[in-house]
Write a protein of this length. Structure first.
Ligand code: HEA
Ligand code: HEA
Ligand code: CUA
Ligand SMILES: [Cu+2]
Lengths: 702, 204, 339
C-alpha cells in the first residue's frame, strides 16, 4: 500500500509469518496451552452431550432478548476474568521490579515482563475491562431487563440486537487472538497519540486495537439505538413516562450518551487507521498533523463513555435499594432528572483529562467547574438512596450488599474525582497512580453494581438463585481487596508514582507495592468464590429453585410480574400499567396469583443465523486488515454487503404461537407466591380482573 | 404511595387484550433517524477535524483550501447531487400515489445523477492527484479528502441501496418492508443534502 | 498563598493538615513542597480534601446511620413506606452541593491562575516577597545561610532552560550559558526559572513533584512552565506520560544550588569537550534507554537549536522506534542501552 512499514509482506499472508506467533515466550505458550485445553474440553463436552443442535437452535441463532442478554453477560464475565488476570500480572511485575538491583527473568531487565509486554498488558486490560467486560455486562443486563420492565415481548429490533451482540463477540475474539498471533497495542486504552502512529508503533499491536474497538463500538452504537427505541415505542399500555421504572430512565439516558458519543470515537479511530494504512497526516507530529486533535476527539467520547457505564450502574442500585428497604425509591422524579443531567453534563467536561496540556487558565477553569458540576446530580442520587433507606425495613441480601458497597465506593471515588477536577491539584497527580486509583474506585462502583444486578435478576432469568453464602464471601473478599489495593494506590499517588511504569525506580515505594500485592491475593480469593458461587448454584440448582414470580418477595417493578424463569414470550398477555411500581402495587392490593381469563396469539420473530455470519465476516475483515491480507479483508467486506442485501430479500415473517398453546404453557407454570392469597373481597377474584379490551385513560398523577 | 391512590384496585385493568399492533413503519423510520443522528456525529467529527487542520501550518507548505476546490466544479457537483435528491423526491411522490412506474423511474434517475456526481468528483480528484495533491501530502489535504470521500462513500452506498430497492419494488411491489425501506432511503438521500449544505459554504 | 484567605474554614483545613501531615512520612513528595507552585498546589489539595471530605463523611454517615437504625431486627418501629418525597430534602440535596461546588469553583479558578504554567502568579508573588524582605525572612528561618540568596542579584532575571525530550532521555539546554546536559537539571535557589519544552518524538510530561506541577511536552510544539525553588537540595524529576519502552527509565536528577554553586557548575559544563550541534543532536536523540540516568554535558550549543528542533519535527523528521523496542516479545530491548 502507500505506507512504509518494516518487515516482509506476502500477498497471501500479508505481514503474518510464523515468527509472529510468540512460541518462544513461556508465559504465552502456557496461556495458549491452558486456553486450548479449556476450549477442547468445552468442545468435547458439547459433542458428548450432543448439544450442538440445542446450542445452535436455542442460543447461537436466537433473537430472543433474554438469551442475547445472557450471552452478552457471559462474554463480559469471561473478559472480566481475562482482565483480572492482566491485573494480577501487572501488580506482580511492579512488586518484583523495584529498584535498580531487582533481578530480571525471562529476558526482562527487571521483573518478568519486558517493557513492551507490560505495555500490552495494561492496554489490553483497560480496553477489555471497559469495552469488552463492563460494557457487555451492562448491555446484557439492559437487554434482559429493559423489555421486561416496559412490558414488551422483545427489543424494538430483535434481529439488530443479535447483530450488535455478534459484532461485540467478534471484536472480543479479535482481542483474544492477539494474545497468540502477534501482539496487542502498548499505547494504553486511550490510544496515546502520536505513539499509535506507525513510526512509533510499527507492529500490528495498534492495528489489533483499532479493529477491535472499531467493530465493538459499531455494535454498541446499534445497541443504543435499540434500547432507545424499545423504551420509546414498546412501553406497555398505561406506562406513562413517570411510571417508567427508574432503571429504564438510566438506560435511556445512557443510550442517548452512547448513541451520540460512540460515533466520535469511530471517527477518531478511523482517522488514525488512515494514518497507519494510507499514510495520511491527521495525528502525526510533522507535515501538518495535529496530535491534540486525536486527544480531543478521543476524550469527547472517552469521558461520556465512563458515564455511559456508571448510569446503568446507578439504575441497578436504584432498583436494588428500594427492594431491600421495602420502600419506593425516594425522590423518583429528581432521580430521573439527575440521570438526564449527568448524561447531559458529561458532554462538556472532556478537557479535564488533559488539563496539563497547557490550555490557558480560562479554558482550564471552565472545564474544572463543569466537571465539578457533575458532583451535584451524583450527590442527589446518593442522598436519595439514603432517604430511601430512611424508615425502611432493610435486609442485607446479597444484591443489597453489592449495591451498598457500590454506594460507599462512589463516595470515595467522587472525592478523588473532585480533586482531579481542580487543575491546581491535577497538575500534581495527573498520570499518576492516583488517577488509576480514582477510576478503579469508580469503575468498581460499576463492577459492584453489575455483580449485584446479576445476582438480583439471575432468578428472574434462570428460575434459581445464586448461592447466597458463597456469594457473601466473594463480596467481602472483593471489598477487602478493593480497599487494600486501591487504598495503597491512592497513597502511592501522593508519593508521585507515575502510572504505566513497568520498572519502579524508587525503593521507597516498595512497602505500598507489597500491600497492593496483598490486595491482589484478596481479589484472587474473591474470584475463586465468584466462580465457585456460579458453579455450586448451577450444580445444586434444584435447591436454589425459586417459586412464584418474585423470589425476593419485596421487588417492585414490572419484570417481577411474570414467571421465573421468564417464558420466551415474556408476558402471556401484555400487562396494563396502573402504577409506578406496578408489581409492588399489585402485591399490596392482593392482585397476585391471578390468571387472565383468556389468551391470545403471540407473534414472534424467527431465529436467524445471519447475525452470527455477519459477526464472523466482521472478524475476517478485522483480522485481514490487521495483517494486511487485503484479499481476506476485501472478501469479508463483500460478504457483509451480500449478506445484508440477501437478508433484505427474505420476508421476515416471524411465527405465531396460538393462544391455546400459550394457555398450555401457562398452566404448567407454577404460579403461587406463597403466603399471598388473592384478596377475595376485591370484587370476587379472577373474573373481575379479566382482560378488558377498552384501554382506559391513565389515572392522573398527583 | 400517593400517586397510586387514584386507581381503585377493584376496578383496575390488569391485562391488555389485543394490544394495538406496533406500527412497524414508524418504528423503523424513527430508528433509522437515530442512526442518521449517529452518522451526523461522525460527519461533525470529520468536519471539526477539517476546521482544525485547515490552517497554514497544517498545509505543511503545500496546497491550501483555495487551491483544491474549484468553485465551478463544486457548483456542477452540487447541481447534480441536488437533482439526484429531487429525483428521489419524485419517486416518493410516486410512492404516495402507489405508482410503481413513477417510483422506478425516479429511483433510476437518482442513480444516474449520483453516478454523474461521482464521475465528476473522480475526474477532479485525478486532476488534483496529478498535481501531487494527494492525501499523504499534508494534514490539511488528509482532512479535505477524508471529508469529501466520506461523502462519496455515502453516495456509493446510496446508489447500491437504490439499486436493491429498484429490484425489490419491481419484484414485490409496495409491501410494508419495501415501503419502510424506501422511506429510510429517502431520509438517507436527504441527509446527503444536509451534509453538502454543511460542507460547501465552509470550503472557501 | 491565596488560600489562606478562607479564614472561616480555617479550623477545618488545619485539622486536615494535621491529618495529612501525620501520614506524610518520607516519600510523600506532594506533601513536602519545596517551591512556590508546588506549595500552592498542595494547599489546594488540602482545602479540597477538607471540604469534600466533610460532605462525603456526612453522606456516608447518613447512610450508615440509616442502615443501622432501620435494619430488620433493629430497634426502630417507624417503618413508613409512604415517605417517598419531600420538597425540603430535595431542595437541600440539590442546593447544598450547588453551594459547595460554587465555593470550590472559586478556589479552583483562583488556584488555576496561581499555578498557571505560562505565567504563574505564585512565582511572581514569591519573587515579590523575596524582594520585599530582601532575604531577612530567609536568614531567620535559615541561620546557617544555606538557602540565602545573593541580595545583589535580586530581583534576578529569570533563568531560561529549554527542555527537549527524546526517546527516552532529557536534554536540558541553557541557551544564555551556551551549555546543555542530558538527564541533569541544575538551577539556582530562589531564582525564577522559565522552561520552554518540546519533544522530538511522542508526548512526554515534565514533572518535579516537590517543585512544580506537570506540563505536557509535545513534538513540533512548544509549551512553557515557570518555577521557583525555595530550598537547595536534590529532587527527582521524571516524565509522567507514557512514551514507549524506555519510559520507566526516563528520570532526571534535579539539583537546586546556591547561586554561587550554580555559577561554578555552569563554568564546569562550559568546558565540556562534547559540543551540541544539530548533527550531534540527531545522534543523541536516537532511541536510547539511559538505564542509570547517566549524565552527559555539552558545551557550545548551536544557537537556536531549540527552535530548529521544533521546525525539523514539523517538517517531518521522525526518529522511528525500532521494531525490537516494540514488537519482539522474546528478544526485547535490542536498542541502545546506556548502562
Ligand atoms: C471497568 C474497568 C476496570 C476494572 C473493573 C478494573 C479492575 C482492576 N484493575 Fe484496572 N484498569 C482499567 C480498567 C479497569 N480495571 C483501565 C481503563 C486502566 C488503564 C489502562 C491504561 O493505562 O491505558 C486500568 C489499569 C490498571 C492498572 C494500571 C497500572 C498502571 O498504569 O501502572 C492496574 C495495576 O494494578 C490495574 C489493576 C486492576 C485490578 C487489580 C482490578 C481488579 O479490581 C479486578 C478484580 C476482578 C476480579 C476479582 C475478577 C473476578 C472473577 C470473575 C469475574 C470471574 C467470574 C466468572 C463467572 C462467575 C462466570 N488496572
Ligand atoms: C465510572 C467511571 C467514572 C466516574 C463515574 C467518574 C467520575 C468523576 N471523575 Fe473520573 N475518571 C474515570 C472514570 C470515572 N470518573 C476514568 C476511567 C478516568 C481516567 C482515564 C484514563 O486516563 O485512563 C478518569 C479520570 C478523571 C479525571 C482526569 C484525571 C487525569 O487524568 O488527570 C478527572 C479530572 O477532573 C476526573 C474527574 C471526575 C469527577 C469530577 C467525577 C464525578 O462524576 C464524581 C461525582 C461524585 C461525587 C462528587 C461523590 C458523591 C456526591 C456527594 C457525596 C455530594 C456532594 C458533592 C459535592 C458537594 C460536589 N476523572
Ligand atoms: Cu500540543 Cu497539546
Ligand atoms: Cu472524565
Amino acid at each position: 500500500m502507500l505506507v512504509h512499514y518494516p518487515g516482509p509482506w506476502s500477498p497471501l499472508l500479508g505481514r503474518l509469518a510464523l515468527k509472529e506467533i510468540p512460541y518462544q515466550n513461556p508465559i504465552l505458550v502456557w496461556t495458549f496451552v491452558l486456553v486450548s485445553c479449556a476450549a477442547l474440553a468445552i468442545f468435547a463436552a458439547i459433542t458428548y452431550h450432543r448439544a450442538w443442535g440445542y446450542l445452535w437452535r436455542e442460543w447461537l441463532t436466537s433473537v430472543d432478548h433474554k438469551k442475547i442478554g445472557v450471552m452478552y453477560c457471559l462474554v463480559g464475565l469471561v473478559m472480566f476474568f481475562r482482565g483480572f488476570i492482566d491485573g494480577v500480572m501487572m501488580r506482580t511485575q511492579q512488586v518484583m521490579a523495584v529498584g535498580p538491583q531487582s533481578p530480571g527473568y525471562l529476558g526482562a531487565l527487571h521483573g518478568y515482563l519486558p517493557p513492551y509486554h507490560f505495555g500490552q498488558i495494561y492496554s489490553a486490560h483497560g480496553t477489555i475491562m471497559i469495552l469488552f467486560a463492563i460494557t457487555p455486562i451492562l448491555i446484557g443486563i439492559m437487554n434482559i431487563v429493559v423489555p421486561l420492565q416496559v412490558g414488551a415481548r422483545d427489543m424494538a429490533y430483535p434481529y439488530l440486537n443479535a447483530v450488535s451482540f455478534w459484532l461485540t463477540a467478534s471484536a472480543t475474539a479479535l482481542v483474544m487472538i492477539s494474545l497468540f498471533v502477534g501482539d496487542f497495542s502498548h499505547a494504553g486504552w486511550v490510544g496515546l497519540s502520536p505513539l499509535t502512529e506507525l513510526a512509533y508503533s510499527p507492529g500490528v499491536g495498534v492495528d489489533y486495537w483499532i479493529w477491535a474497538v472499531q467493530i465493538g463500538s459499531v455494535g454498541t452504537t446499534l445497541a443504543s439505538i435499540n434500547i432507545i427505541m424499545t423504551i420509546i415505542k414498546l412501553r406497555a399500555p398505561g406506562m406513562t413516562w413517570t411510571r417508567m421504572p427508574i432503571f429504564c430512565w438510566t438506560a435511556l439516558s445512557t443510550s442517548v450518551v452512547g448513541l451520540s458519543s460512540f460515533p466520535v470515537f469511530t471517527a477518531a479511530v478511523a482517522l488514525l487507521s488512515l494514518d497507519r494504512y494510507a499514510g495520511t497526516h491527521f495525528f502525526t507530529p510533522g507535515l501538518g498533523g495535529n496530535l491534540m486533535l486525536y486527544t480531543d476527539l478521543f476524550w469527547i467520547w472517552g469521558h461520556p463513555e465512563v458515564y455511559y457505564v456508571i448510569l446503568p450502574a446507578f439504575g441497578i442500585i436504584s432498583e436494588i435499594v428500594p427492594t431491600f428497604s421495602e420502600k419506593p425509591l425516594f425522590g423518583y422524579m429528581t432521580m430521573a432528572a439527575a440521570s438526564i443531567a449527568i448524561g447531559g453534563v458529561s458532554w462538556s467536561v472532556w478537557l479535564h483529562h488533559f488539563f496539563t496540556m497547557g490550555a490557558g487558565p480560562g479554558v482550564n477553569s471552565f472545564f474544572s467547574i463543569a466537571s465539578m458540576l457533575v458532583g451535584i446530580p451524583t450527590g442527589v442520587k446518593v442522598f436519595n438512596w439514603a432517604f430511601t433507606l430512611y424508615r425502611g425495613r432493610i435486609r442485607f441480601d446479597l444484591p443489597m450488599l453489592w449495591a451498598l458497597g457500590a454506594l460507599v465506593l462512589l463516595l470515595t471515588g467522587g472525592l478523588s474525582g473532585m480533586m482531579l477536577a481542580m487543575p491546581a491539584i491535577n497538575y500534581t497527580v495527573h498520570n499518576s497512580v492516583f488517577v488509576v486509583a480514582h477510576f478503579h474506585n469508580m469503575l468498581n462502583v460499576v463492577g459492584f453494581a453489575a455483580i449485584g444486578g446479576i445476582n438480583f435478576w439471575f432468578p428472574k432469568v434462570f428460575g434459581f438463585k445464586l448461592d447466597e453464602r458463597i456469594g457473601k464471601r466473594a463480596f467481602w473478599f472483593f471489598s477487602a481487596g478493593t480497599v487494600v489495593l486501591f487504598g495503597s494506590m491512592y497513597a502511592l499517588g501522593f508519593m508521585g508514582m507515575p502510572r504505566r511504569i513497568d520498572y519502579i525506580p524508587f525503593v521507597s515505594w516498595r512497602p505500598l507495592l507489597m500491600s497492593e500485592e496483598a490486595g491482589i491475593f484478596l481479589f484472587l480469593i474473591a474470584a475463586y468464590y465468584m466462580i465457585k458461587q456460579m458453579y455450586v448454584s448451577i450444580r445444586d440448582r434444584a435447591q436454589h429453585r425459586v417459586t412464584g414470580p418474585d423470589p425476593w418477595r419485596t421487588a417492585r417493578s414490572l419484570e417481577w410480574l411474570t414467571h421465573c424463569p421468564v417464558p420466551f414470550y415474556n408476558f402471556a398477555l401484555l400487562p396494563h400499567i396502573n402504577s409506578r411500581d406496578e408489581w409492588a402495587w399489585r402485591r399490596q392490593n392482593g392482585l397476585v396469583n391471578l390468571r387472565p381469563d383468556h389468551y391470545e396469539d403471540i407473534h414472534l420473530p424467527n431465529n436467524t443465523f445471519v447475525p452470527m455470519l455477519l459477526g464472523a465476516l466482521a472478524f475476517g475483515l478485522g483480522f485481514g486488515m490487521v495483517w494486511r491480507m487485503y484479499w481476506l479483508a476485501g472478501l469479508s467486506l463483500l460478504g457483509i454487503v451480500v449478506a445484508v442485501i440477501a437478508r433484505s430479500f427474505e420476508p421476515d415473517s416471524g411465527h405465531t404461537i396460538p393462544g391455546v398453546r400459550i394457555r398450555e404453557i401457562e398452566e404448567t407454570l407454577p404460579e403461587e407466591l406463597d403466603g399471598m392469597e388473592p384478596v377475595a373481597d376485591v370484587a370476587g377474584g379472577v373474573v373481575a380482573f379479566q382482560a378488558r379490551t377498552a384501554p382506559r385513560a391513565p389515572a392522573q398523577e398527583p | 404511595m400517593s400517586q397510586e391512590a387514584y386507581i381503585k384496585p377493584a376496578h383496575a385493568v390488569l391485562w391488555q387484550s389485543h394490544p394495538p399492533g406496533h406500527d412497524v413503519i414508524s418504528t423503523k423510520t424513527l430508528g433509522f433517524w437515530l442512526y442518521l443522528l449517529s452518522d451526523s456525529m461522525i460527519v461533525s467529527s470529520l468536519f471539526a477535524s477539517y476546521l482544525v487542520l485547515n490552517h497554514r501550518v497544517n498545509a505543511a507548505a503545500g496546497p491550501t483550501a483555495g487551491m483544491v476546490v474549484h468553485p465551478v466544479v463544486a457548483f456542477f457537483e452540487t447541481v447534480l447531487l441536488f437533482s439526484g435528491i429531487l429525483a428521489y423526491g419524485f419517486a416518493m411522490v410516486g410512492l404516495k400515489r402507489g405508482d410503481k412506474k413513477a417510483v422506478l423511474s425516479g429511483l433510476a434517475s437518482a442513480i444516474i445523477l449520483a453516478v454523474g456526481f461521482l464521475v465528476i468528483e473522480g475526474v477532479d480528484f485525478a486532476g488534483l492527484a496529478g498535481h501531487g495533491m494527494v492525501p499523504e501530502r499534508s494534514g490539511f489535504l488528509s482532512a479535505f479528502y477524508a471529508l469529501v470521500l466520506y461523502h462519496g462513500a455515502h453516495l456509493v452506498f446510496a446508489i447500491l441501496w437504490t439499486l436493491v430497492m429498484i429490484v425489490q419494488v419491481a419484484r414485490e411491489g409496495f409491501t410494508e418492508n419495501v415501503v419502510y425501506r424506501l422511506l429510510n432511503l429517502k431520509l438517507f438521500w436527504f441527509f446527503r443534502k444536509r451534509f453538502n449544505n454543511y460542507t460547501l459554504p465552509l470550503i472557501p | 498563598m491565596p488560600l489562606h484567605k478562607g479564614r472561616h474554614l480555617r479550623p477545618l483545613w488545619l485539622a486536615a493538615v494535621a491529618f495529612l501531615t501525620g501520614c506524610a512520612q518520607k516519600g510523600y513528595w506532594l506533601a513536602h513542597p519545596k517551591g512556590a507552585i508546588a506549595r500552592t498546589e498542595w494547599h489546594t489539595t488540602i482545602l479540597d480534601v477538607a471540604v469534600m471530605g466533610s460532605v462525603v463523611l456526612v453522606a456516608g454517615g447518613l447512610v450508615a446511620a440509616f442502615l443501622w437504625r432501620y435494619r430488620v431486627g433493629g430497634k426502630s418501629r417507624s417503618y413508613d413506606p409512604t415517605f417517598t418525597a419531600s420538597l425540603v430534602i430535595e431542595v437541600l440535596v440539590w442546593g447544598v452541593p450547588l453551594m459547595i461546588v460554587g465555593y470550590l469553583s472559586y478556589f479552583s479558578v483562583k488556584s488555576v491562575f496561581a499555578t498557571n504554567p505560562y505565567n504563574p502568579l505564585a512565582v511572581r508573588r514569591a519573587v515579590a516577597r523575596e524582594a520585599r524582605m530582601n532575604g531577612a525572612f530567609t536568614r531567620r528561618a535559615d541561620p546557617a545561610g544555606v538557602n540565602a540568596i545573593d541580595p545583589a542579584a535580586h530581583p534576578m532575571r529569570p533563568l531560561r532552560v529549554d527542555v527537549v525530550t527524546t526517546d527516552w532521555q532529557w536534554v536540558f539546554i541553557y541557551p544564555k550559558q551556551g551549555i546543555a546536559t542530558v538527564d541533569e537539571l541544575v538551577v539556582p535557589v530562589r531564582v525564577p526559572v522559565k522552561f520552554d519544552l518540546t519533544s522530538t518524538t511522542v508526548v512526554n510530561d515534565f514533572f518535579i513533584p516537590q517543585l512544580v506541577g506537570e506540563i505536557d511536552i509535545m513534538p513540533g510544539m512548544r509549551t512553557k512552565q515557570g518555577m521557583i525553588a525555595s530550598r537547595t537540595g536534590s529532587y527527582h524529576g521524571y516524565s509522567d506520560d507514557f512514551s514507549g519502552g524506555g519510559f520507566s527509565w526516563m528520570g532526571f536528577a534535579t539539583r537546586v544550588t546556591r547561586p554561587a554553586h550554580f555559577k561554578d557548575w555552569v563554568r564546569r559544563v562550559q568546558s565540556a569537550k562534547d559540543h551540541l550541534t544539530d548533527t550531534r543532536f540527531t545522534r543523541v536523540a536516537q532511541p536510547t534507554i539511559n538505564l542509570a540516568q547517566k549524565i552527559r554535558h555539552f558545551s557550545h550549543v548551536q544557537k537556536g537549536l531549540f527552535d530548529h528542533i521544533i521546525e525539523q519535527v514539523m517538517e517531518g523528521r521522525v526518529y522511528r522506534t525500532p521494531l525490537a523496542m516494540t514488537e519482539s516479545m522474546t528478544k526485547p530491548m535490542k536498542v541502545r542501552l546506556i548502562k
